[in-house]
Design a protein around this ligand. Structure first.
Ligand code: 13P
Length: 251
């Protein structure tokens, strides 16, 4: 059985005091880590202080990193500093990074390798734009993004990564993919992994859905066969909403 993983992506929100208060409160109300992995992904400058407050059952993630360990790369964040800060997860290839910061599938692949070298679990984002869905290109797009992101990884490494299927048209729009649509694409991604790395790996890899997830729709999404977790933007900013979503089994 795949352990569920509920992650908040705060994007560029929250200053230190708010963030610390949130993590302190939420860490006391999330399910035991043996049952559900609960993660908050925050801006890089906050990570170290949040790790100190994470408690036993909450883990902290970054939203991006560079693929080199060190060097003349002004403004970038090294995987070494994330590891040193006690960060456990890192989101890689979010559609906002692909769109606004021109990240390519090749960059994503290099970052995935770098994350794994530093014991960080990558949460790799894939997903189609609205016009791609309308032109029946969804599977083609997520297949390309998935195959290229995982290029050169061993079966053992692929088992431990997380993939987040986030259709771009559902992000921040209030327009969630229906649970069936989300499940269908997550199932397709799993079949691509089975083809490339074998069924055993595909049965273990965790696939999240992201895009307008909230306390009202999370239970139905999490009930789907191929959805093992959610990556939550807007609704993760409110601690009480986040606590509800981490405890989706009780909703
Ligand atoms: P929303 O939940 O705000 O739609 O954002 C989804 C997302 O991009 C998470 O990474």
């Amino acid at each position: 059985m795949r352990k569920p993983i509920i992650a908040g992506n705060w994007k560029m929100h929250k200053v230190r005091d708010e963030a610390l208060e949130f993590v302190y409160l939420v860490s006391q109300h999330v399910p035991p880590i043996e049952e559900v992995d609960t993660v908050i992904c925050a801006q890089a400058v906050l990570l170290r202080s949040l790790v100190k407050r994470q408690g036993d059952n909450l883990r902290i993630g970054a939203q991006n990193m560079f693929y080199e360990d060190k060097g003349a790369y002004t403004g970038e964040v090294s995987p070494v500093t994330l590891e040193d800060a006690g960060v456990k997860y890192v989101i890689i290839g979010h559609s906002e990074r692909r769109q606004y910061f021109h990240e390519t599938d090749e960059d994503v692949n290099k970052k995935v390798h770098a994350a794994l070298r530093h014991d960080l679990i990558p949460i790799i984002c894939v997903g189609e734009r609205l016009e791609e869905r309308e032109n029946n290109l969804t599977n083609q797009v997520v297949e390309r993004q998935t195959v290229l992101a995982l290029k050169g990884l061993t079966q053992e490494q692929v088992k431990n990564i997380v993939i987040a299927y986030e259709p771009i048209w559902a992000i921040g729009t209030g327009r969630t993919a229906t649970a069936e649509m989300a499940n269908e694409t997550c199932g397709f991604i799993r079949s691509v992994i089975a083809r490339e790395y074998g069924q055993e790996v595909a049965d273990e890899v965790r696939i999240q859905y992201g895009g307008s997830v909230n306390p009202d729709n999370i239970k139905e999404l999490m009930a789907q066969e191929h959805i093992d977790g959610c990556l939550i933007g807007g609704a993760s900013l409110d601690p009480y909403a986040f606590i509800k979503m981490a405890n989706y089994k009780k909703l």
